[in-house]
Design a protein around this ligand. Structure first.
Ligand SMILES: [Fe+2]
Length: 164
């Protein structure tokens, strides 16, 4: 939440919305893969093959459902920030980008590019997201893991727009 609020301050994002999204974004994080899949299937969510193979990715979309039903959050921007904080997506709002980035720069993160992402996040959200995704891609490739297409779409869309 602290990382998110710092970014909200820098980029003029609504403080209260950021606080609520940051507090609740991982509300499904502790659920088992079986429970995540079961909730997702019962809600007839759009379950792609990659997400089913990597059920931890579901803590974003399932977290959105819990935020809606149990936490009674109705703000679409907050719900989308929770939904897409694991994979990202194209055309993210400022709040979505902040929640996505706060998650990768929070205190305790130790991957090698974290300082660069922290520095960039104070200067340009999109550039910071690209560096964060590059780092994620390198890791996922190193373990021969699956890449979610929404993450690739997000990276491509920023690079095409910014020509960086
Ligand atoms: Fe998360």
């Amino acid at each position: 939440m602290n990382s998110a609020l710092l970014l909200a301050n820098t980029y003029g994002c609504d403080y209260e919305k950021t606080r609520i999204a940051a507090i609740s974004h991982d509300c499904a994080k502790e659920l088992s893969c079986e429970v995540l899949i079961s909730i997702a299937q019962s809600e007839i969510m759009d379950l792609d093959e990659i997400t089913l193979s990597e059920p931890q990715l579901l803590h974003g979309p399932v977290g959105m459902l819990i935020a809606k039903k149990d936490l009674k959050i109705t703000d679409e921007d907050i719900l989308n920030a929770i939904h897409y904080h694991t994979t990202g997506r194209m055309n993210m709002t400022t709040l979505e980008k902040i929640i996505y980035l706060a998650d990768v720069i929070e205190i305790g993160r130790t991957y090698h590019a974290v300082e660069e992402v922290r520095k960039l996040s104070a200067e340009n959200l999109d550039k910071a997201i690209v560096v964060a995704i590059n780092n994620t891609l390198r890791y996922v490739i190193s373990i021969n893991g699956l890449l979610h297409p929404r993450t690739i779409e997000l990276r491509n869309s920023i690079l095409l727009r910014m020509k960086i």
